[in-house]
Design a protein around this ligand. Structure first.
Ligand code: GDP
Ligand code: IMO
Ligand code: MG
Length: 420
């Protein structure tokens, strides 16, 4: 059996949570492979909205297993809050949520360092979610990190204190006020919560499951254009969000990867700083934000909005080896008379069709114009029932991408999903 990977092809918030929840019945196990509580994955089930940060999006299917892989970074405080709020719904995750021993812990001082670093950057800040992601991955690669497996060791407190002291020394470089005690109590309570779960070498577990023929879906966080190597650096996150990240973030070999499901919005959004060639800073952009309710699931910040960008989408498809596409939030475009897709970038008078290295450069998008479908889609139950204008939009994207669109999403609810 091979493991399928579902990941975002834009700047995150493509609707991964909704689609993972929708696809979970096909799988036995859902496994997160990177990122941490910077993610906000929204699921809407029977008009109730659930936002997940650390926990995989398969948890609302009782009989399925969920794994937090080694590539993930966990904040015990946020983890506890999530577990507690899910418990209130009558869902006990102690049996079906498994955590990798090798996942790294976000310390309270990682969050403080994130905030201090962003404050010092001023106007050129990344626009981080301030969850401590960057500093935690820095300690991981710097070989200073503390892992989930360490919490049951005798010397855990000693390790913690040693690293906190180091962070406090670094914080002296910043003119930044902080109060550690605010965080610490809840953080240690969160550590106790983590101890109640099954903490394992999840790479063995996952590979054994594959041997046994169990179906596994790897759930990505963020999006390809936020990848630490290939995104619009430095305006990126600190992990590999591309499909290769599923191999390192779960401990599965590349030849064990099956389908690579790439998910994108019918338009584009971005939250935080950095280049966004098709951004619309005008009433059309505001209309997209309003109709799409484009406000961050983790920070509540308004998301920047713009038209679909085929140049960056094709780049993402190439980097991930996408085998099938899912287009979400199609309903948000229902009432637009004209819809544009960017098919090239004009830079200093020259047209290019690739994602440029230089992120500060001024890019003018070149658009292909489409007539909108101007109708509600709630009665669409299959692709052949979709309006002809939408079918044209879909087939243009498929032709440009060279990959079929298998599912479109026409609303936040589980059921508002149409198959091809
Ligand atoms: P994720 O981070 O990729 O899981 O995406 P988010 O949850 O951050 O953002 C997606 C938002 O769009 C959430 O509020 C979802 O409930 C909502 N959503 C998902 N799919 C659709 C859709 O097809 N149409 C509409 N209108 N909303 C959707
Ligand atoms: P999901 O999984 C959208 C963005 C932040 C910032 C940059 C770096 O919900 O799609 P970080 O906190 O990682 O240091 O922030 O990345 N970012 C996201 N944007 N969706 C996300 O996750 C994001 N996670 C991080 O806004 O620009
Ligand atoms: Mg999100």
């Amino acid at each position: 059996m091979k493991i399928d990977v579902l990941l975002g092809l834009q700047w995150g918030d493509e609707g991964k949570g909704k689609i993972v929840d929708f696809l979970t019945p096909k799988y036995d196990v859902i496994a997160r492979f990177q990122g941490g509580p910077n993610a906000g994955h929204t699921l809407e089930i029977k008009n109730i909205q659930h936002i997940l940060h650390n926990i995989p999006s398969g948890i609302f299917h009782k009989e399925k297993l969920n794994i937090i892989g080694n590539g993930v970074v966990i904040d015990p405080l946020i983890f506890k809050e999530e577990i507690d709020s899910i418990k209130k719904l009558g869902i006990d995750l102690s049996e079906n949520l498994i955590i990798s021993k090798k996942a790294h812990l976000i310390l309270p001082t990682h969050r403080i360092l994130d905030a201090a670093s962003e404050a010092a950057k001023g106007k050129i800040k990344i626009g981080s979610t301030l969850k401590g992601i960057g500093p935690t991955y820095m300690d991981k690669t710097g070989r200073n990190g503390i892992r989930v497996g360490d919490i049951i060791r005798q010397d855990f407190k000693k390790k913690y204190t040693f690293l906190v002291k180091k962070h406090q020394e670094i914080l002296k470089l910043y003119d930044f006020f902080y109060q550690l005690s605010d965080y610490e109590k809840g953080w240690f309570e969160g550590v106790e919560t983590i101890k109640k779960f099954n903490i394992v070498d999840s790479e063995y577990l996952i590979n054994n499951y594959l041997e046994e023929g169990r179906a596994i879906l790897a759930e990505g966080a963020q999006g390809t254009l936020l990848d630490i190597d290939f995104g619009s650096y430095p305006y990126v996150t600190s992990s590999n969000t591309v499909s290769a990240g599923a191999c390192t973030g779960l401990g599965v070999a590349p030849n064990k990867i099956g389908e690579i499901i790439g998910i994108f919005k019918a338009y584009c959004t971005r939250v935080g700083g950095g280049p966004f060639p098709t951004e619309l800073i005008n009433p059309t952009g505001e209309e997209l934000r309003k109709r799409g309710a484009e406000f961050g699931a983790t920070t509540g910040r308004p998301r920047r909005c713009g038209w679909l960008d085929m140049v960056s989408l094709k780049y993402s498809i190439m980097l991930n080896g996408v085998t099938q596409l899912i287009m979400t939030k199609v309903d948000v475009l229902n009432l637009f008379k004209i819809i544009n897709i960017c098919t090239g970038y004009k830079i200093e008078g020259k047209t290019i069709d690739y994602f440029p290295y230089d992120v500060e450069i001024e890019i003018e998008p070149i658009y292909t114009e489409f007539k909108g479908w101007n109708q509600d889609l709630s009665n669409a139950t299959s692709f052949d029932k979709l309006p002809v204008e939408l079918l044209k939009y879909i087939s243009f994207i498929e032709k440009e991408a060279g990959v079929p669109i298998k599912i479109i999403s026409i609303g936040a609810e589980r059921e508002q999903t149409v198959f091809n």
